[in-house]
Design a protein around this ligand. Structure first.
Ligand code: ADP
Ligand code: MG
Length: 233
């Protein structure tokens, strides 16, 4: 069974003269444990697609099935429960809360979990260590660098230990070395069994995944395996 299945999916923003068709007839299945990249020109619908997969937005038409469950007409509460447990998101602009410390930002996905405080702390420190940001614990986002902010965003995405990680241009704002480290981390998480979808502009990033989906003008125009850094046409 596919962990993610999209059938005849359409997404339209606005109406009448202000209508934008962002996704057209998307059919896509992703299996548990895949490492997928999505590429396409600006405005081709990449973020829209990722947002729908991530239950941040819903389709206008068509069907989305996540772990066998149809995602349409769910209440906000149900959507946020899914976002909190099944999926985690690494946003393009990090989306850290500026008045919260690094520790508090990473804690967010655990706030509504029924988990002992000591257990939460243990998990948060585990991911801080993994990302090399333990010493930033008490700092606010504006007092750390872009690369460090990105790592905080990743730690926040990981701490909930969701099965699926969605990343929208996660290396876009990073220097090459930090970008490579982040990618290595995503790949190691995939090796541990997580399903990962990365939207990227960078063909080198796409070449490190196992499958490349190309979008253009809201449509899938390519869906190819990537083996040993080569896209199989
Ligand atoms: N909230 C929105 N309201 C109206 N139009 C939108 C909205 N978000 C995206 N769009 C439009 O949908 C299309 C796809 O956008 P997007 O998914 O952000 O593309 P990408 O991430 O590939 O750059 C673009 O034409 C964009 O202007
Ligand atoms: Mg985008």
């Amino acid at each position: 069974m596919s962990i993610i299945k999209l059938e005849n999916l359409h997404k339209v923003y606005g109406k009448d003269n202000y209508k934008t068709v962002a996704l057209k007839d998307i059919n896509l299945s992703i299996e548990d444990g895949e490492l997928v990249s999505i590429m396409g020109p600006s405005g081709s619908g990449k973020s829209t697609l990722l947002n729908i997969i991530g239950c941040l937005d819903t389709q206008t038409k068509g069907e989305y099935t996540l772990e066998g469950r149809k995602i349409i007409g769910l209440s906000n509460k149900e959507m946020s429960k899914i976002r909190n447990t099944t999926l985690s998101f690494v946003f393009q602009n990090f989306a850290l809360l500026k008045d919260y410390t690094v520790y508090e930002n990473i804690e967010l996905p655990l706030l509504y979990r029924n988990m002992k405080k000591s257990k939460k702390k243990e998990k948060i420190y585990y991911y801080m260590d993994k990302l090399g940001i333990r010493d930033l614990e008490k700092k606010k986002p504006k007092h750390i660098s872009g690369g460090q902010q990105q790592r905080v965003a990743i730690a926040r995405a990981l701490v909930g230990e969701a099965k699926i990680i969605l990343a929208d241009e996660p290396t876009g704002a990073l220097d090459q070395k930090t970008g490579k480290e982040l990618l290595d981390l995503l790949i190691s998480l995939n090796t541990e069994g997580k399903t990962i979808i990365i939207v990227t502009h960078d063909v080198n990033v796409a070449n490190m995944t196992n499958r490349l989906i190309k979008l253009e003008d809201g449509k899938i125009i390519g869906d190819n395996k990537v083996i040993n850094g080569k896209v199989m046409e």
